[in-house]
Design a protein around this ligand. Structure first.
Ligand SMILES: Cc1cc2nc3c(=O)[nH]c(=O)nc-3n(C[C@H](O)[C@H](O)[C@H](O)COP(=O)(O)OP(=O)(O)OC[C@H]3O[C@@H](n4cnc5c(N)ncnc54)[C@H](O)[C@@H]3O)c2cc1C
Length: 385
């Protein structure tokens, strides 16, 4: 007998685990499948921390998503007892006025300020002297501008994935790990067949939340907007007492007109090192072909070109690094909705390097969209197809 469920979710990372949980909440018979054993370090949702901000300069359409996500992170914490969201504030530093483009948004710094003003999100603008007193690890130039948002902070992606999968299981969702989906076949009678190595399952709907592997599930003509880009996270040793979690915010620093003139980071979680990274937009062919080793030269280049003397109390030696994957669209928007011509295949791509903070609200909105329930957060801005 062929196994049948209402919905299959392919990919149980940041977004898929959220979709699975919300579908299971609605009482749907749902099966989640992942090629690895989430949370894992092969996709886009690993590396201990992700920044979250409320006044997201990426665009107005993202404001309700992140606001809803902040509510959901706290709800998940209450339901599971884990700690997901540390509200330590975020400091955005702009070293070149009007030129900082981030995740598709020109004038990112000014947009952030204006969204905060419009939406009543508490913030403070600061100059060098004030930043030096409050956050002594940041070495601003006299002309730099800084924006501080106290309600921002960081999320723990691996903990969030594990918690949402656990909540989904408690609601009766099935989870299959170590199972690579090979193909989705539309079949007659409004159903699709999901084929993997050891068998297949039929479903009324399939949600593709495959992150950097999304193109494996798309016809050729829909693959163009997605570029897969290798990213490197660095853990830099610090001097004792610096970058304390108690008094260091998360930070994003734009210092030029190019998208890669950028560095961001977190407070120290262990008192020994601090995680920092930049962004890279060089496309690779396929996520399975990515080079996961990081050379000493890459570490030194990062230190010299991005860190420089912007940050104090860091050590150059003993840097540890890890590779992660971005799935980037030309305007850094998300792509969410049914594949044209396939009313049972739903693409859920939280992409372009800024998706984790939205994944809780996006997962809920996708579940609502599929089930035809009352919409809380609109997905219209993310329809591409
Ligand atoms: C270095 C880095 C830093 C980032 N920083 C931030 C940040 O500070 N703030 C922020 O908001 N966002 C950030 N992001 C973006 C955010 O982390 C991602 O947008 C988000 O995690 C993507 O989640 P996902 O579910 O789409 O992908 P993933 O979590 O990678 O999940 C995709 C899943 O699909 C599975 N899969 C794929 N193909 C198959 C198949 N054939 N069969 C079965 N399973 C399959 C994979 O195994 C994987 O588990 C960052 C991303 C990176 C890489």
């Amino acid at each position: 007998m062929v196994k049948r469920v209402d919905v299959v979710v392919i990919g149980l990372g940041g977004l898929g685990s959220s979709v699975l949980w919300h579908l299971s909440q609605a009482g749907v018979r749902v099966l989640g499948i992942d090629q690895f054993d989430p949370p894992h370090d092969m996709g886009s949702s690993h590396g201990e921390t992700r920044i979250t901000r409320l006044a997201v300069g990426e665009g107005e359409a993202f404001l309700p998503l992140v606001a809803r996500s902040h509510q959901l992170w706290r709800e998940i914490e209450c339901l599971t007892g884990v700690s997901l969201f540390t509200q330590c504030g975020a400091l955005l530093i702009d070293s070149k006025s009007d030129s900082w483009t981030k995740h598709g948004a020109a004038n990112f710094f000014d947009k952030t300020v204006s969204y905060a003003q419009q939406s009543g999100i508490p913030f403070q603008l600061m100059e060098k002297a004030e930043v030096s007193i409050k956050f002594p690890c940041f070495n601003l130039e006299r002309t730099d501008r800084a924006y501080f948002e106290p309600g921002a902070g960081f999320l723990r992606p691996e903990v969030a994935i594990e918690a949402q999968l656990e909540l989904a299981r408690l609601n009766g969702a099935e989870v299959m790990t170590g199972t690579k989906v090979k193909e989705i076949l539309p079949i007659s009678g409004d159903r699709v067949k999901i084929i993997f190595e050891s068998g297949s399952v039929e479903a009324g709907q399939v949600v593709v939340a495959a992150g950097a592997w999304v193109k494996d599930f798309l016809p050729e003509r829909f693959r163009t907007p997605f570029s897969i880009c290798r990213q490197v996270l660095h853990w830099l040793p610090i001097e004792r007492g610096a970058y304390n979690l108690g008094n260091t915010p998360v930070y994003m620093w734009g210092f030029g007109g190019h998208m890669e003139d950028f560095v961001y980071g977190f407070p120290s979680l262990d008192g020994r090192c601090v995680k920092m990274a930049s962004e890279s937009f060089v496309p690779i062919e396929h996520p399975d072909l990515i080079d996961r080793t990081v050379s000493r030269k890459e570490q030194i280049d990062f230190f010299e070109e991005k860190v420089g003397d912007r940050f104090l109390h860091l050590k150059r030696n003993g840097i540890e690094s890890k590779v992660c994957l971005y799935t980037v669209t030309p305007d850094a928007n998300f792509i969410v909705g049914h594949l044209p011509g396939y009313k049972n295949i739903y693409i859920a791509s939280a992409c372009s390097g800024h998706g984790f903070k939205h994944s809780a609200g996006l997962g809920e909105a996708i579940a609502v969209d599929i089930l035809g329930l009352d919409i809380k957060v609109s997905l219209e801005a993310f329809r591409f197809f």
